[in-house]
Ligand binder design. Structure first.
Ligand SMILES: *Cc1c(COP(=O)(O)O)cnc(C)c1O
Length: 366
């Protein structure tokens, strides 16, 4: 039996009878930017997260970038970011002219270690970006308390955490701004690029709306140097359909994760993700650690089990970030995670036989 890492076409086919008529109707409406379909999704996603405002944007990177701009983060500022995140978190900071300052995560949860934040704060620090990595919520309360104490903004990168809960509250309203990606592989994914921002702050919401629409609130009147970053109405239609299935899909991910955690717990050499008692993760990825990760990955591949590595090179060691001057050895947690993490097959369409096949292969090879 072969188990692919992820098959997006399966999820599409599951909803084909809902998605295709809705998309056709949208295509025939004659309305291709903004409009009712977009508004409907923005309202639905705001209400899903409990946020007062939701603004659709073109992708997750733009959501982060526009969020930073809306809080006035720019040239000369520093922004605290996890050392082990996807590069988009860092890039958004760089793109507004600020400097990403890495903070190491806890190895057990992969998320920002609040105890290491204060040592990274300087007089230039303007914001903190906790990432809810792999669908597991970051420990928000101490992060928010430190931010309040030092007068910093909090921008949550929730690109992997649609529906996750922290202390019983849904991710989406704790930070000043929360950035979302609907990249096809995310828990809530479009059929192309898409993103959004949620916030309870009306002023920030308005600024983001203007920034992403050529700096304009009235057509051909431009009050600020904006850009074009809008959520496509066709993607909004797809997302509205999929949002209706998100809870049931996340529940299936939780079921699979629980089985992995139960059945793989005793394997020596394999470290499983830990879930703090306040966390309700949505398992965007199920990431294990193994000292001989590359050997294990090759051996699983031979057994027909697809896996991936999120992420093989931490941002500070990327060529793109040579200019910041970070060297190997300076962020040991991020570096050791990059060497040891392995993402197992995970997705709401995975059947029990596939989950069992992954477990059996790991029992033979880990
Ligand atoms: C996917 C992702 C992004 C970027 O989203 P795009 O829609 O691909 O631009 C940002 N941060 C994290 C943590 C992500 O996983």
């Amino acid at each position: 039996m072969t188990v692919p890492f992820l098959e997006l076409g399966v999820a599409y086919r599951e909803l084909i009878s809902e998605i295709e008529p809705a998309v056709l109707e949208s295509l025939r409406s004659g309305w291709y930017i903004g409009g009712d379909d977009l508004e409907k999704f923005e309202c639905a996603f705001a209400s899903f997260t409990g946020a007062k405002h939701c603004i659709g944007v073109a992708n997750g990177l733009d959501a982060l970038r526009l969020a930073l701009l809306s809080m006035g983060v720019g040239s000369g500022d520093e922004v605290l970011v996890p050392s082990n995140t996807f590069i988009a978190t860092w890039l958004a900071v760089s793109q507004v002219g600020a400097t990403p300052v890495p903070v190491e995560p806890l190895e057990s949860t992969f998320n920002l270690d609040p105890d290491r934040l204060e040592e990274a704060i300087t007089s230039h620090t303007k914001a903190i970006i906790p990432v809810h990595l792999y669908g597991q919520p970051a420990n928000l309360d101490p992060i928010l308390a430190i931010a309040r104490k030092h007068g910093l903004f909090v921008l949550e990168d929730a690109a992997q955490a649609h529906g996750a809960k922290y202390k019983g509250r849904l991710i989406g309203t704790d930070g000043d701004v929360v950035a979302w990606s609907f990249y096809p592989g995310k828990n809530l994914g479009a059929l192309g690029d898409a993103g959004a921002i949620t916030t309870n702050d009306a002023k920030i919401a308005e600024r983001i709306r203007i920034l992403g629409n050529y700096g304009s609130r009235t057509k051909y009147v431009h009050e600020t140097l904006g850009c074009n970053s809008r959520l496509d109405p066709v993607q909004a239609v797809v997302l509205s359909v999929k949002l209706g299935h998100l809870n049931e899909w996340n529940a299936r991910r939780v079921q699979i994760a629980e089985k992995y955690r139960r059945e793989l717990a005793t394997l020596p050499g394999l470290k499983l993700p830990e879930v703090p008692e306040w966390a309700e993760p949505v398992w965007h990825l199920f990431v294990v650690r193994h000292a001989k990760r590359d050997v294990l990955q090759a051996s699983l591949k031979e057994a027909g089990i697809g896996t991936q590595i999120h992420y093989p090179i931490p941002p500070h060691l990327q060529k793109a970030y040579l200019g910041l001057g970070w060297r190997k050895g300076q962020l040991p947690t991020a570096e050791s995670l990059a060497q040891s993490v392995l993402s197992l097959p995970m997705g709401p369409q995975m059947d029990d036989a596939s989950v069992d096949a992954v477990i059996a292969a790991l029992r033979r090879r880990a």
